[in-house]
Design a protein. Structure first.
Lengths: 234, 234
DNA sequence: CCTTCCCGTATGGAATCCGTAAGGATGACA
DNA sequence: TGTCATCCTTACGGATTCCATACGGGAAGG
């Protein structure tokens, strides 16, 4: 989630950058109105924190300029407490208005409230290979090999293995990585668990489990999920 | 544009009704939390103005109850000025928070800002699976298994569980998600509540509770509401 | 051809997780 | 004060999943 903060106070900017970064936001900053508009165009933030009263362009005009092409939520942070300023900013297209000084907890809660309504356009976590489609977020596997698409059930451990392979699709995943990720650091000694779960995964996912085309073994090293060409192109 | 105002102060209620009616809003009022929930269900307002600290139910719980099935913007108007109250209300699902006393012009501007983002038509809150039809907004379950359609009664906790499953229909819902969503804080330690309520829900909703077709268990992970194919197509 | 290593698969028991029933505690309401 | 619905706790049989072991096959190298 990318957030643009525009304020002419470098100190406040720095404090907000630290706070919001710690909360997992991708922070972009600007020091004046012109810079805010430019940054909004270049960076396409998901949320905007705008200070009115920045030097140069009037804050209201900044809102207008951005609202012309973006629907991202705009939260105005301003020292002006008058009702007239608030009404003007909100009617110009701002979604919320907080007066300085403000409490950080409240600001964060208001940002959460604004971003809640924005559909998350994050990376699509659905991957297909062979006759099978995997949706990591919904935790579903659908097999379209027969005439009717069928749900495939995986056990928790099978999911853990498959998820790690999908997140590193195309790349080699070492046995060590898989073992430590699933059984913890102390269980790095393979006694054959992995072969077992890979076998079960192939039985459930591969068109021909005897000769795997997607869940490949790299002898002596680990495993690799090989996607089809059109999948890799994404 | 229909707006629901819930406040225990009749005088404030009257003043707001006059003001908002003059602006062209269709005004509905309620004097306590229970009345607010009932009015929201019956009248389907486009916006809600909620006072915290009404007698009876806690304001936060009112927000939760309405957010279960409605996406209408909620603006909290409260005398409590603490950051904790604001954060709690906003995270519960409120979209804005104004402290009393407030300026009418600002309130109107905030209402305009909220209503500007209302989508044309919300998500259909009625879902069918098996022999039952669930209407989240009306809080009704109708069973059409027999010759005559029958009303099914669910307890509040059963509703909360079913609600979360319906809103994530087709997707896996973690035990942890269910527990934290229903029992609030870090009450994530399962001693068996969920199994109990799922059992009761199946008894009331499944055609054959012994072999569930819709309220599925994913052993070791959580639960999933599996809809029929034609329902999923929507 | 044989040895060695690594991998895939089958199988059974152990541990964990799940469904359901029964009973007590709590609170709303008359 | 008593009734009723709901919530919570406990307990136990059954199902699922995990773990450990064993055995067979294939590739590499001598």
């Amino acid at each position: 989630m990318k957030i643009l903060i525009a304020d002419d106070d470098p100190q406040l900017l720095r404090a907000l950058r630290i706070t919001l970064s710690a909360k997992g936001y991708d922070v972009v900053t600007a020091l004046d109105g012109r810079g805010a508009i430019a940054a909004a165009i270049e960076q396409r933030p998901d949320v905007l924190l705008l200070d009115l009263g920045m030097p140069g362009i009037d804050g209201i005009q900044v809102i207008h300029a951005i609202r012309g092409w973006s629907d991202a939520p705009i939260l105005v942070v301003s020292g002006r407490t008058g009702a007239g300023d608030k009404v003007e900013a909100l009617d110009a297209g701002a979604d919320d208005y907080v007066t300085k000084p403000f409490l950080v907890d409240e600001l964060l809660a208001r940002i959460r409230a604004l971003t809640r309504r924005i559909p998350e356009h994050g990376v699509n976590p659905v991957v297909s290979f062979g006759t099978v489609t995997v949706d990591l977020s919904a935790r579903t596997v659908i097999d379209t090999s027969g005439s009717t698409s069928q749900q495939v059930r995986l056990t928790p451990t099978e999911w853990q293995v498959l998820e790690l392979l999908i997140r590193n699709a195309g790349r080699l995943v070492t046995r060590q990585t898989l073992l430590t990720h699933i059984w913890g650091t102390e269980h790095a000694r393979d006694t054959g668990y992995l072969r077992l779960y890979l076998s079960q995964l192939r039985k459930k996912l591969e068109p021909d489990p005897a000769s795997p085309r997607y869940l490949l073994t790299e002898s002596g090293m680990g495993y690799r999920l090989q996607l089809d060409a059109e999948e890799r192109a994404r």
